[in-house]
Design a binder for this molecule. Sequence first.
Ligand code: ATP
Ligand code: MG
Length: 400
Amino acid sequence: MRITSVELKNFRNYSQLYQDFYPGAQILYGNNAQGKTNILEAIYLCTCARSHRTGRDAELVQQGKSDYDVRVKFVTDKNLEEEIRIHYLMPVSNDPLRTRPIRHIYYNGVRLERVSDMMGIFNAVIFAPEDLQIIKDGPSARRRFLDLLISQIYPSYFRDISQYQHLLIQRNNLLKKLRQKNANTEVNNSYNLHLQVWDEQIARCATRIIMRRQKVTDEICRLANDSILQIAGAKEKLSIRYRSSVSIANTMDAEEFNHIFLNRLQEQTNDDIIRGNTSVGPHRDDLILSLNEIEVRPYASQGQQRSVALALKLAELLLLRQKTGENPVLLLDDVMSELDSDRRYRLLQTIEGHQSFLTCTDLSQVLIDSDKESLSGFVGEYNLFEVNQAHITRVDTIFK
Ligand code: ATP
Ligand code: MG
């Protein structure tokens, strides 16, 4: 798919923007803090209603304003013209209709009821300095990576995740009630019955989530190994393993795993009551990344961590392409400057055939070498845009 235009209102440093985009590479260049990343962020937002930089929508609203509006028009590879629009309104004091934040998502002008309904409609993969968080941060960063990727491929998975979170809150509330010392035995019994009902629902939902994550992890592992070899030329063997708080064997079917999960949940009940929360389940799981059997997070060098992050994102791209049959839009925020010219060359080769958005402060960062002709040689068509204080100017492609 490819974006034909982006429209912003009160988004980050943009009060108002309308910009057309074209096939091939869109190179956004300009000094620091002009609004390059903000454009990529707005585009990525239209894949899953979440920024790659923050989970807080209010930060995206231009300071001093109370709502943002983002529209991305795109053409699919099947030649359908579509549009995703996200309109977010912050709560406003003294307005009884605006006591809570409101987020409206529209697909071709029709309002979608749930975020899950937008999953898989517009696909983009972002490569950004924040990718390192997948490696360096705690397990939740890796779960988010996995969950957002799977949701773009299987929208029903996102509904499972939402349902699971809802069930977990109910169970944890009940556990806290059970913990209260003054709960008498009679009340306890009825609470226990309730708990059983939640447990059965949780187990079914958790089974779907864990089995799907397990399968996709295996596919990512295979694709990331190919990518790391191709891009980084690294000879290390990358292993990616899904570590579940309830261990699962590849040979298990859903019924079997559901049974094991439910037993595990029930075994933990007494401990869970003391803690007041649920100690096993997909919300506790992690991805374990290792290079040559050595875990990446604590031991790998900065450069190795970067290569693994890049390999994970390339695996995401390949998997999305395979499963959806669409070429996702690629967003490359400042990634070129960190790669040597060999790796830049190989990365640009990989993204050929996609519409891509590349940001840089200096055009020399996206050129392969001093021979300026080579840019058009590697990425096919390209367009240059200068970004200056939230204004974008299309520049004549001086190197063509
Ligand atoms: P760099 O080359 O340093 O990465 P950039 O061009 O990518 O720069 P952006 O991250 O897009 O810069 O940010 C541009 C500007 O947007 C910054 O000056 C920042 O202060 C401003 N900004 C961020 N959030 C808001 C907001 N909510 N309201 C107003 N301005 C904002
Ligand atoms: Mg930036």
